[in-house]
Design a protein around this ligand. Structure first.
Ligand code: PLP
Length: 385
């Protein structure tokens, strides 16, 4: 048990601190696939690196502590983490998902898990009363993001966990956009937390990784079995990179969020901008709920320009902010959800859930905010028709 309580310290000292053999302050990269065993029939602590690796184990202990869970699991990507969680379900089971989840989550359910008879329904998880009505006998889980990708809609995580518990089903939260520094779903009653650690946790756009955290021992045993059986584990070097990234999560996010608050305000006041989606605005959908369950509105912003601005030209004209998939790195990134992150969602479904072709998503980095705003302003000016 740690003798510190605050998350800023846990980010640096949590999990397994340093190396017990050399007293190195960092957990070494145990770049090994196997371990010498002392004899037949003994149960070695380490036997094979798909099953367990000390560098990965240190990361898994760290994320479990940060999310206030009991067990953590590290995977080769966020999608490998989601795939492992979805592997808990059986033929005939159905999962309710938020109406704007990451496109890849939709795709793996729609195009892979449907082969195994596991189905899904897209629901407006912001309306808890309506959501509860959708829980029929075959529904075994509710999977939400809050704020969700890309419209940043907020779902009441405590209320979702409440109705899930009442109906004896699992509540699963993809906490990628917030991280445990801003929001801890297990404390709100969720059963499973998932991360694309590729994003804020890694924080430097140099590693692809996924994490899962649970508090229940039975779920932990099932996930350990699935992780070892299906094998989509994170390697030792990438585990080291994530531990390294997580140490600075607090300072990075403070800056990300400060910059995002300025950028959201700037966009809202700009004459070219039709609509800004940012959960930190007091009049944003779900603002009070977000304030209750998270530290602040995070650092993701989506917006739409008026029709007399050419968004292709806007993207081409940006000089500092890069057009790229992903988010949560130190550098500001911009993307066009309809043709990039959410392209795997059919056009009609995108229209229904509000992911229009004019929507622009910004991941605000930690550069000087004036440089970011000047870049956005000049790109908007270039794009006016
Ligand atoms: C909210 C969310 N969940 C999951 C994923 C998938 O993670 P990865 O790209 O690490 O596989 C992403 C990727 O963009 C994401 O944004």
């Amino acid at each position: 048990m740690s003798d510190y309580k605050r998350i800023e310290s846990a980010l640096i000292h949590g999990g397994i601190y340093g190396d017990e053999y050399t007293k190195a302050v960092n957990v070494p990269i145990y770049q090994t696939s196997t371990y010498e065993q002392s004899g037949i029939g003994e149960e070695p602590r380490w036997e094979y690196s798909r099953t367990g690796n000390p560098t990965r184990a240190a990361l898994e202990a760290l994320i479990a502590e940060l999310e206030h869970g009991k067990s953590g699991f590290a995977f080769a990507s966020g999608m490998a983490a989601i795939t492992a969680v979805l592997s808990l379900f059986h033929t005939g089971d159905r999962i309710l998902i938020s109406s704007n989840v990451y496109g890849g989550t939709f795709r793996v359910l729609d195009k892979v898990f449907n082969h195994f008879g596991i189905s899904y329904s897209i629901e407006d998880t912001t309306d808890i009363k309506e959501l509860e009505k959708k829980i029929t006998d075959d529904v075994k889980a509710i999977l939400v993001e809050s704020p969700a990708n890309p419209l940043l809609t907020v779902t009441d995580l405590e209320a979702v966990a409440g109705i899930a518990t009442q109906h004896g089903i699992l509540s699963i939260v993809d906490n990628t956009f917030m991280t445990p520094y801003l929001q801890r779903p297990l404390e709100l009653g969720a059963d499973i937390v998932i991360h694309s650690a590729t994003k804020y946790l890694g924080g430097h756009s140099d590693v692809v990784a996924g994490l899962v955290v649970v508090k229940d021992e039975q779920l932990a045993r099932q996930l350990a079995f699935i992780q070892n059986s299906t094998g989509g584990v994170l390697g030792p070097f990438d585990s080291f990179l994530l531990i390294r990234g997580i140490k600075t999560l607090g300072v990075r996010l403070d800056r990300h969020v400060g910059n995002a608050e300025r950028a959201a305000e700037f966009l809202r006041e700009h004459k070219a901008v039709k609509k800004v989606y940012y959960p930190g605005f007091p009049d944003a959908q779900g603002y009070e709920i977000n304030q209750r369950q998270a530290k602040n509105g995070g650092a993701m912003i989506s917006f739409e320009l008026y029709e007399n601005y050419d968004i292709k030209k806007f993207f081409q004209s940006l000089k500092l902010v890069a057009l790229a998939e992903s988010l949560g790195g130190v550098e500001s990134l911009v993307c066009h959800p309809a043709s990039m992150t959410h392209a795997s969602i059919p056009y009609e479904v995108r229209q229904k859930v509000g992911i229009t072709d004019g929507l622009i998503r910004l991941s605000i980095g930690i550069e000087n905010i004036d440089d970011i705003l000047e870049d956005i302003a000049q790109a908007i000016a270039e794009s006016e028709e």
